[in-house]
Design a protein around this ligand. Structure first.
Ligand SMILES: Nc1ncnc2c1ncn2[C@@H]1O[C@H](COP(=O)(O)OP(=O)(O)OP(=O)(O)O)[C@@H](O)[C@H]1O
Ligand SMILES: [Mg+2]
Length: 338
């Protein structure tokens, strides 16, 4: 298996520092060769190594079926790995699952709410499950209901909640036990922008005030870009590239030129590769993408060259590179931002 490309910028530590020092005491989540095979045909996670230091927000970004939920399920002890191992806060997720559970909070993409209970009851039961005393539960519930803006609906049955309300309740539940490590599977899916902002604000505060570490999965590129200290891009159960969002995007060049067109692209691509101002050329299924020093300045030249090389351009545009472009570079496919 090829090692994933690792790019770190100014984070103050390198991947090698972390991997080579046998001292992982600062690492909150460590996965080594993690594999999950659901059946003969379904290899959901295919040998993932991850080291996540304390007090870091880590995003697992990937398309549908990439293995994100499966990763979270293994790290939160819900399913056992087929091979490899993982530790959370130093505890093995299989052998010391109880110790892991004490220290984590998790919210799932597929919610498991008892719809007959009210929002308040859901939170209260959860606190009781973890042995929180009544006064503590009451204070925590009030705080969290305010956070996710469910105060007015707190005493209605969950069955009457909208999808977004259920998701917010689910998030509140994950925070009920003041976890040291929080796992969020698609935390903002189905939320309106305002709710997304307030939830991330709260999470950021948790990280700052309590030194919380956080792993979340998302389809939203800009969410990973903005919220994460580090991003692991996952595809077909493998981390294809990992690093700080800044470092990942910086390698793509200053600007990205995207070209949609027809005809034999070989000569054109060769020409592009030889140009001094072109830093990267990525050819996807239907798109050619260039990392260049200055997009708007180079556009005309690129169009002229396409004509010379017998390639017909249907559409050409300049943009700042994004994590989607990084995904395209490493997989040859587009990661659509939903
Ligand atoms: N319980 C299961 N039994 C069998 N196959 C499963 C199971 N759960 C997931 N899979 C398969 O494993 C692969 C990875 O699924 P997973 O849910 O981890 O992906 P994901 O990245 O979370 O996708 P999404 O973005 O759609 O949530 C998929 O091919 C999926 O069909
Ligand atoms: Mg999922």
């Amino acid at each position: 298996m090829p090692a994933p490309t690792l790019l770190y910028s100014s984070a103050g530590f390198s991947y090698d520092d972390i991997m080579n020092e046998n001292n992982h005491s600062e690492s909150v989540i460590i996965a080594e060769g993690l594999v999950k095979r659901y059946s003969k045909d379904v290899l959901a996670v295919d040998g993932v190594d991850i080291v996540i230091p304390a007090n870091i927000v880590y995003a697992l970004l990937g398309p549908n079926g990439a293995g994100k939920t499966t990763m979270i399920s293994m790290l939160t002890t819900l399913i056992e790995p087929t091979a490899g191992s993982a530790r959370v806060k130093g505890f093995d997720v299989v052998r010391r699952a109880d110790e892991v559970r004490k220290r984590i909070g998790v919210t799932f993409q597929e919610m498991i709410l008892d719809e007959e209970l009210t929002g308040r009851q859901v939170l209260d039961f959860h606190g009781r499950l973890y042995g929180q005393p009544k006064a503590k539960r009451r204070a925590k519930i009030a705080e969290l209901l305010a956070l996710v803006e469910l105060e007015d609906a707190a005493d209605r049955r969950c069955a009457t909640y909208s999808g977004g309300m259920k998701r917010r309740l689910e998030l509140a539940r994950g925070l009920m036990t003041e976890p040291e490590v929080l796992f969020l599977d698609e935390p903002t899916l189905g939320l309106d922008p305002q709710n997304r902002v307030s939830i991330w604000e709260y999470v950021r505060n948790l990280k700052a005030d309590l030194g919380l570490s956080l792993l979340f999965t998302t389809h939203y590129m800009e969410e990973a870009e903005q919220m994460a200290d580090r991003v692991g891009i996952i595809d077909h159960g493998r981390i294809v590239v990992e690093g700080s969002p800044r470092a990942l995007v910086d390698q793509m060049g200053e600007d990205t030129i995207r070209i949609l067109g027809r005809g034999d692209s070989r000569a054109f691509v060769e020409t592009l590769q030889a140009l001094p101002f072109v830093e990267t050329v990525v050819e996807g299924e239907s798109v050619i993408q260039l990392g260049v020093d200055s997009g708007s300045k180079r556009l005309a030249e690129v169009v002229t060259l396409a004509n010379t090389d017998g390639f017909t351009i249907d559409d050409i545009s300049v943009a700042k590179p994004s994590l989607g472009d990084v995904f395209l570079k490493y997989t040859g496919r587009q990661l659509r931002d939903k």
